[in-house]
Design a protein. Sequence first.
Length: 369
Amino acid sequence: MTILNSKKVKYWTYMVSVIIIILLVFNTIITLMIHQRLARAVSKSGRWPAGAYIYDRKIGFDFAPNVSGPRKEGTYYVKSHQLGYRIGKEEDPAVFRPGGILSLGCSFTYGDEVESEQTFTQLAADGLGIPAYNYGVCSFSYIHALLKAEKLKEQGVLDQLQPEYVVLGCWSGLPDRSRSPFPPLASNSIPMPSAYLAKEGGEVKINYPMDLGEVFDLVESYRKEGKKLSAGKFFRIFFSGPRFAYLYMKNSRLAGKMNNVKSSNPVTDYEIYDFYFSGIEKVFSEYDTKIIMLFMPNQDSNELPDRALIDAVAAHPAIIPVNGLHAIQKYDISVRDYMRKHPQPPAHKAYAQWLVEVIRSEQPDDKIN
């Protein structure tokens, strides 16, 4: 009892209590700040059904399998097969047939603003009489698409699908996106870094994202439950607060460094294309899959593939080039259907018709430049 009543013990008990109270108050403040950012991030209903995007430890994010629902603006239906590719509203998510056409890319490939049956992937597959596996994911880059292909191989999905053709959706905005850790789905409230290509010691390599699984889970819970702070949300954030604060500060510093992507990341456009094509060839080599590069114009009514893309295709002669501008010109597609926007149904249809022509002729679209 004498020891317990000593001034020294009382002093340290007091100090420890003060420190604990300070830490609790500090963590409560951090929790409330994170809550505000999460609430701000989901203040808009979003374009996608809840659960459409999921965390992936290598890619950073991916599109979830077995998702079904209208886009929030109600302009088209979002549905994915149990193997993860996009399908139409009435299609069975558990049934598939091997030997089809598989596409990789971003929203241009996925078909943002169009129905699944209106995408070039589905229309080209219909024209060839084979199934379609649309693995385009909105906000994806070339590096994300490559990692997605590797993931499909690791999971045994490619062994099941045995695609006859793979179409790589390309356009002028994807090289910069492939150099940046921040995809278009990132926000100022909750910046979410993802995989990107960088050069270290002269070597081009993929930088993988930090572990942001908790962030994705919390954002998803806010989307499902609303932005009101409940006891459950409070304690989930409270116990993860220090890590969240660390991640946010680290992400913010990284975002500051990446303001000018090209100057901060010396990987050239050619190196990006070459890295992507080499990786895709490796993934699909054992399936005897024909690889097609589909360039889709977007910035100008007569936009041609840039020199880096032309040179990269020349360095990979096994890849069949298809220039979407030729389809635009041949089928007299209006600039309203593709310029500075996602391809609209007429543009998708033209790309699909041109793909089928090139495939059936067994001759590459050699007038790519």
